[in-house]
Design a binder for this molecule. Sequence first.
Ligand code: PEP
Length: 252
Amino acid sequence: MAARTPLIAGNWKMYGRRADLAEIAKLGARLGEAKGRVEALICPPAPYIAAAVEAARGSTVVIGGQDCSSVGADAARTGEVNAGMLADQGARYVIVGHSERRTLLGETDEVVKAKAEAAVAVGLTPIVCVGETAAHRSAGQVGAVVSAQSLASAPGQGKFVIAYEPVWCIGGDRTPTMDEIGKAHGFIRAALAERYGAATAEATRILYGGSVGPKNAAEVFGARGVDGALVGRASLKADDFSAIIFAHPAAS
Ligand code: PEP
C-alpha cells in the first residue's frame, strides 16, 4: 500500500496583504532544503490567490482557497467565488466547512458537501473540516460527531482530505492529548472505510488542526493516523511555518 504523502496546510484566514506574500517566496526557498516529500500548502484570502501562485512559482509550495461557493457553475451570486474561479487562478486545494464558517455563517454539512463536490468537479482537492465542540467532548460524543460530520460533509466521489479540528482547540493554546487525536483520526478513518471502502480510507489523508505551532508539531505528527496539519496563526510567517514543516520526519 502506498504511503500517504504528508500535507501541511496553512490557513491565513482574513489576514495579510499583498506585501505578506513575500513570506510564501521565503517559505519556498526554505523548502528547497527538504530531504523527503512533504506537501506544503498556503491558503491566502481569495483576492491574493493569483499573486500567491506567482510568489510560489519555482518552489514546491502549493496554493489553495479557504472556501468556495456551493454553486459550481457561474451564477448570479453576488460576492461568491466558485471553485472553477479558484482553479483558474492556480489554486489546487480548497478548505471547506471550517468551523468558523460552520459556527459564524451557519454552514451545514449539506452545504459543505455541495462545496466539496463543486471543488472535485473542477479538479480541486477539498480539505473538509470536521471537529467536536467542548460540549460534545464532555458528553463523550467525539466519535459520533466526527464520524457523522465526515460522512455528511465529504464529497460522494473524488479525492479529498479531512481536517480534524476540535472546535475548542482553534485559535487558542489547547490541544487534545496525542492519544485523543489518534482516537479521533481512527473514528474518522473507520467511518470512511465503511462508506468508501478500505482502499479509499487508507489512501485519504487526515490532518490534525488546532493550535499547532513549532513547539508541538513534532509531537502532533507522531500521533496515530495523523497525515499532516492544518495550521492557522503559525502559517503566516515563513519562519514558523517552515519550522512546523521541518518537524515532520518526512521533511528532514
Ligand atoms: C485553523 O484555523 O484552522 C486553525 C487550526 O487555527 P490555529 O492554528 O490558529 O489554531
